[in-house]
Design a protein around this ligand. Structure first.
Ligand code: SF4
Ligand code: SF4
Length: 377
C-alpha cells in the first residue's frame, strides 16, 4: 500500500519566502528543467525542482533544514532556462535567507538586521556605545593633537572592549544555530533516504570538513556556473579580502599584546601590504558585485543582498581612506573615518550571524555534510 503523507503547509513560511524574493515560485509547473540545467546538482535526488515543489506547498521543515538548499551557489542557470520564469535560483536564495533568520537567536535581532528601517538603529547602537564607553572609561580623546595616531583618539583598549565581546557573541550565536542546523539536515537526509547513518560521526564529519575547505577556497563550484560566471571573480575578491583582513587583525593583535609594539606600523611591513591588498580586494570585489547585480535585471536583489555588498564596500573604503588620510596628514578627516570604520567593524561582527554573510558558515557546513554523507554534487 502506498504511504500517505499529510501535507501541512506553513503559510507564514510561504509568505516569508515570497517576501524574500521568492514571489515567482507559484509559476512552477514542475517540468524539472531546472534540475537538469543545474551544473552542480547530483543525479540522485537533484535540486532545485524538489525544493520548488516543497516551497509551493509551504513545507518549511523540508526546506529550512535541507543541506541541498545550501549546495546551490545561486548561479542562475536554472532561472535562465526555466520555461515559466519561476526563478528557482531566486527561490533557493529566499529559502536560505529565511533559514539564516530561523537558526539565529535572538530572533528579534535576526528580524531587525534584515529590515531596512532598522538600519539607523543598528548603526546608531555602536556609535552610542563608543561615545558612552568613552565617557565612562576615558578611553576616547575627542581632540587628539600632534602626529596622527588613531589610538590617540580611540584607545586600542576600547576597541578590544567592543570587538572581542562582539566576536564572542557571533561565535556563540553561530554555535547554537549550527547545532540545530546540523541536527535538522541530518534528520532531513535520513527522511529522504540520502543517508542511512543514524548518528553523525563527529570525527568523520570533521575530516569531510577539512576535505571541502580547498574546494571552497578555490571556488570550484562557482566556476561551474554558466550564466553568472563572472560572479566567481567578485565573490573570490570579497571572500579573500575578508580573510586577509581577519589574518591582519589577528597578527596585529598578537604584535600589540604579546610583543607590546604599538602602531602605526610601517608601510614596508609585509602585514601592512597584506592589509592594503585585502582592503583593495574588498573594495574592487564589492564594486564588481554591485555592477553585476545592476546588470542582471532578471535576478532578484533583495535588501539582504545590498546590505552585505554595502557593508563590504563600506568596510573596505573606510579602512583604506582612514589610512590614506593619515598618510596625507588630514587629521580631522582621518579620525572621523576611523570612527566610522570602527562602527562598521563592530556591525560586521555583531550582526554577522543574522546577515547574508552567515551563508559563509552555513554553506561550508552543508558542503561538509554532503561530503560526509557521500552526496556527490
Ligand atoms: S522552476 Fe521552472 S524549470 Fe524548475 S520545475 Fe518549475 S517550471 Fe520547471
Ligand atoms: S541557481 Fe545554479 S546552483 Fe542554484 S539550483 Fe539553480 S542552477 Fe543550480
Amino acid at each position: 500500500m502506498t504511504d500517505k503523507y499529510l501535507v501541512e503547509p506553513d503559510i507564514g513560511f510561504l509568505n516569508e519566502v515570497v517576501g524574500l524574493g521568492g514571489d515567482t515560485l507559484k509559476k512552477c509547473y514542475q517540468c524539472a528543467t531546472c534540475s537538469v540545467a543545474c551544473p552542480i546538482s547530483p543525479d540522485n535526488k537533484p535540486f532545485p525542482r524538489k525544493e520548488m515543489i516543497a516551497a509551493s506547498w509551504g513545507l518549511k521543515d523540508r526546506l529550512v533544514g535541507n543541506a541541498d538548499v545550501w549546495l546551490c551557489h545561486n548561479c542562475g542557470d536554472c532561472t535562465t532556462l526555466c520555461p515559466r520564469d519561476a526563478k528557482p535560483g531566486d527561490v533557493m536564495a529566499a529559502i536560505r535567507s529565511y533559514a539564516i533568520t530561523e537558526y539565529a537567536r535572538p530572533k528579534g535581532m535576526a528580524q531587525a538586521v534584515n529590515k531596512i528601517n532598522k538600519l539607523p538603529m543598528l548603526l546608531g547602537f555602536p556609535v552610542a556605545l563608543i561615545i558612552i564607553l568613552g565617557a565612562i572609561t576615558g578611553l576616547v580623546n575627542w581632540s587628539p593633537t600632534g602626529e596622527i595616531v588613531h589610538a590617540k583618539f580611540i584607545s586600542t583598549w576600547l576597541e578590544d572592549i567592543l570587538i572581542i565581546p562582539a566576536s564572542i557573541f557571533a561565535v556563540v550565536v553561530f554555535a547554537l544555530g549550527l547545532k540545530r542546523f546540523i541536527a535538522d539536515i541530518h534528520q532531513n537526509a535520513l527522511d529522504a533516504g540520502k543517508t542511512d547513518k543514524e548518528k553523525i560521526d563527529a570525527a568523520e564529519f570533521l575530516k569531510a570538513l577539512v576535505r571541502v575547505i580547498p574546494r571552497i577556497l578555490k571556488h570550484s563550484k562557482f566556476s561551474q556556473c554558466g550564466e553568472n560566471e563572472e560572479r566567481a571573480t567578485s565573490h573570490m575578491m570579497v571572500f579573500f579580502g575578508f580573510i586577509g583582513l581577519f589574518i591582519v587583525t589577528g597578527i596585529f593583535f598578537v604584535v600589540l599584546y604579546i610583543f607590546g609594539i604599538h602602531g602605526p606600523y610601517s608601510q614596508l611591513n609585509p602585514v601592512k601590504w597584506l592589509a592594503n591588498i585585502a582592503g583593495v580586494s574588498l573594495v574592487i570585489g564589492s564594486a564588481l558585485m554591485i555592477k553585476n547585480r545592476l546588470a542582471k535585471t532578471d535576478q532578484v536583489s533583495t535588501y539582504k543582498d545590498w546590505q552585505l555588498i554595502g557593508l563590504a564596500l563600506a568596510l573596505g573604503l573606510t579602512g583604506m581612506l582612514t589610512e590614506m588620510t593619515r598618510l596625507g596628514g588630514a587629521a580631522g578627516l582621518s579620525y572621523t573615518l576611523y570612527f566610522i570604520h570602527l562602527v562598521f567593524v563592530f556591525a560586521l561582527f555583531v550582526y554577522l550571524p543574522f546577515s547574508k554573510l552567515a551563508h559563509l558558515v552555513y554553506r561550508t557546513v552543508a558542503m561538509a555534510y554532503a561530503e560526509y554523507s557521500g552526496r556527490k554534487f
